[in-house]
Design a protein. Sequence first.
Lengths: 171, 332
Amino acid sequence: MQLPDPENLLTEITLKIKAQIEINGIDNSALVGIYSGGVWIMRRILESMQQVIPYGLLDAALYRDDYAERGLKAAPKPAQIPFDVQDKHIILIDDIFYTGRTTRAAMNELFDYGRPASIQLAVLINRGGAQLPIAPNIVGAEILLKANQSLQLSQDTKNKLHLTLEGIIEN
Amino acid sequence: MHNPQLDADGNLKHLLTIEGLPKKILTQILDTAESFVGVAERDIKKVPLLRGKTVCNIFFENSTRTRTTFEIAAKRLSADVINLNVGTSSQSKGETILDTVDNLIAMHADMFVVRHSQSGAVHFIAQHVPDNISVINAGDGRHAHPTQGLLDVFTVRRYKPDMHNLRVALVGDVLHSRVARSEIHALTTLGVPEVRVIAPKTLLPVDVEKLGVHVFHDMKAGLKDVDVVMMLRLQNERMSGALLPSAQEYFKTFGLTQDKLDLAKPDAIVMHPGPMNRGVEIDSSVADGHQSVILPQVTYGIAVRMAVMAILNGGSPSSLRASASEQTGGGA
């Protein structure tokens, strides 16, 4: 399977995110990246923006629904939400949308900081397989994958993004 | 040798003492605590990790601060908390420790936080509980007070991140102090190269050097060029016999005053596990001075206790964890 170049997908979602910020009004907007991939993507988007926009970082590990089974094996990264969430239009950024459970956890965490005016979700790739009634609003590409396949985003030392697909590839 | 605190996979099962815990586990607790520090600054000071779990604080010995910080920590993790001051309950009517514990197990508690005046009592309870219950030692006799030791090294690491380049002095009643023992084990495990203890001979355990510390009987020599001064409380309630001439005399020789503190490095921090005896082991102006991090210690204590509870309670037996991890991968 030919994977798309994540750099092209980044360019595409950056345009869409900027358009959405335009609609929401920059004074009422904020970006929040989910570790690790979402934070890489958010930092690239911030670099490309002319205006200053508040932003935050979330891990969401403390809100996940699989804690009882998996525990907290790796230390979660501290959340950093240095702006007032109340009444903000927040664009949540993640690399790959799959089950929707990370998004749910991140939304729950955001609500503990205040009541945002809206939350939208931007992702590089929607790989299909949502287990909750949650879907991304801004998507770079849709690639339907099976449960035994694993799609990973990585970042090299020059901050360039790469995609790798592991597992059984049938088509 | 089997460490009763770890499960078969080397994960933390109970927290009884820092002695013998690998550096990896200590670092995991401290790193996890970092993510809990910010929780207290949110609108809603709670995360849902222990929702639906019941934490039992069983205190066979009185404590206000430790019990309160464990209670706040559990509540910030969304657990339900039951406080049992056993001194004032059934034990005074003749119930044994194990009967007390069995009753709490029958009430479906998930975690026990235990303080006891006898060294080893908490180990005894940990050996007795079923697999699904974790036990945290909140201080047993003169033996250990692991969460205090952890919060102290967490505080040190926050102010002095380069632990491999530090000189730390513990001052005071090392003999009666379970805090001192836990601090020494934590500091040496995390790679602090020089740990000093400064105390009169009567307040030092025999063979204290075997813990890997340098012994001083003179404050001026001991405090020279240290980065961290950890004061210990003079434990009047544990003293029997005439170990000291008087509190005034002790303050003159071993009390921390600004003059003595000036011998340490100019950016040295001053710590105290509380409760403080002002004018006995520490001068008020030092306790409230700009080098004091005594109140941040209390704040960090909650984050560290949240981290310990979150690590202990997360994850079921290893077989379940393995099957769950197979289902993850590639975002979510």
